[in-house]
Design a protein around this ligand. Structure first.
Ligand code: SAH
Length: 349
């Protein structure tokens, strides 16, 4: 494929030849192109994430990891595995904080974007890169961290029609992408408890997120360790499409300009918790980010940093408010914790 050809042109040709593609296919290809071709973070980019708002975010995650590792008996070798590390900022801040408590793990990044790998290499030169979890070493406990990773994974959508459930597909009409109902009956793919629904109802699932959490739970059972998945989403089942696109800090049409905007969907934490438990692994809870960061001591940390650098006091408190404020990231974002059966409960759950 010619890398310079726009994904819009590629999709139009594909749909023209083969018919509509699924929403999941559209989202997967769009995000692969998007992340591979740019560093999207920060004020001048498309969106900003918690670790880019303040070093306190990564530091408190590093402290959480050091605390569970110490209480589990300081086992070595120990691996730090981050999924979708972006610019590597969270890892750098977390590892700096953990080091003060004697935790210096081997560092592994699961990242598919070649552009972002280059940025991560500068932030955390000692990291090893992986395309997926399969090549993470099979010995030694693992500390998994993923911030705003699951929300970027492709979602599958089902829509209720007069003829029953259908997969939601993307077609082309007058040169524009539009969602349509697929041809194939999909009733069997919808959980029985949700099968009866008014026409037009959409339900969304994320098989890739479920597979990731399943795999992480298996690793924790086999190798020991703990995991933190932080993302925006709900801990109750809900109907409707949550697919959204963000470009230059504004919401844009997710079906226009694929590969040019960040596509995300709410993470369905209600579905992920039973997956952890079904493997015999421990689900520590799903708690609002604001509550979790407060329990970890973000207010004391902001105060300590302000005393050290009084000229930054205003900026530090503004950053903290963004991370924990109810109307900001504090309530919509959740921290989903997991631990190996033999590992202790972590702080904040
Ligand atoms: N955790 C970072 C970045 C979040 S953006 C932060 O909080 O700032 C999503 C990240 O996941 C990017 O690094 C992106 O390249 C990566 N990513 C998206 N889909 C992926 C996939 N299927 N496999 C591995 N990495 C992926």
């Amino acid at each position: 494929m010619d890398e310079t050809e726009s994904l819009t042109a590629v999709f139009q040709r594909l749909i023209g030849h083969m018919g509509p593609i699924s929403v999941a296919h559209y989202m997967a290809e769009a995000n692969a192109r998007y992340y591979n071709t740019r560093d999207p973070f920060g004020e001048g980019g498309d969106f900003i994430t918690a670790p880019e708002i303040s070093q306190m975010f990564g530091e408190l995650i590093g402290l959480w990891l050091a605390d569970v590792w110490i209480r589990a008996g300081r086992e070595e070798p120990i691996h730090y595995v981050e999924l979708g590390p972006g610019r590597g900022t969270l890892a750098r801040d977390a590892l700096n904080a953990a080091k003060r408590y004697g935790l210096t793990p081997k560092v592994h990044f699961v990242e598919t974007s070649t552009t972002l790998k280059d940025v991560q290499l500068v932030a955390v030169p000692e990291a090893q890169w992986h395309n997926d979890l399969s090549t993470i070493p099979a010995y030694g406990p693992v500390l998994f961290v993923a911030n705003e990773f699951l929300d970027a994974l492709p979602v599958r959508q089902m829509v209720m029609t007069e003829d029953g459930w259908r997969e939601r597909m993307i077609s082309v009409q007058d040169g524009r992408f539009i969602p349509v109902a697929g041809q194939m009956p999909m009733d069997a793919a919808v959980p029985e408890s949700r099968r009866v629904a008014p026409i037009g109802t959409i339900i969304e699932t994320c098989p890739a997120a479920a597979a990731t959490v399943y795999e992480v739970a298996g690793r924790l059972n086999e190798q020991g360790g703990a995991a933190l998945f932080i993302d925006y989403g709900s801990d109750a089942l809900r109907d409707g499409s949550t697919l959204q696109a963000v470009r230059a800090h504004r919401k844009v049409d997710p079906f226009a300009g694929p590969g040019e905007a960040d596509l995300t969907a709410h993470v369905d934490f209600a579905t992920l918790a039973p997956i952890v438990q079904s493997r015999g692994c421990r689900w520590l809870g799903t708690v609002p980010q604001g509550r979790w960061l407060r329990a970890l001591g973000i207010e004391a940390r902001a105060e300590a940093l302000s005393t050290f650098a009084p000229e930054h006091r205003g900026a530090l408190h503004a950053a903290m408010d963004r991370l924990i404020g109810e109307g900001q990231m504090g309530a919509l974002f959740k921290v989903f914790g997991m631990a190996a059966p033999t590992w202790p409960d972590g702080a904040g759950f």
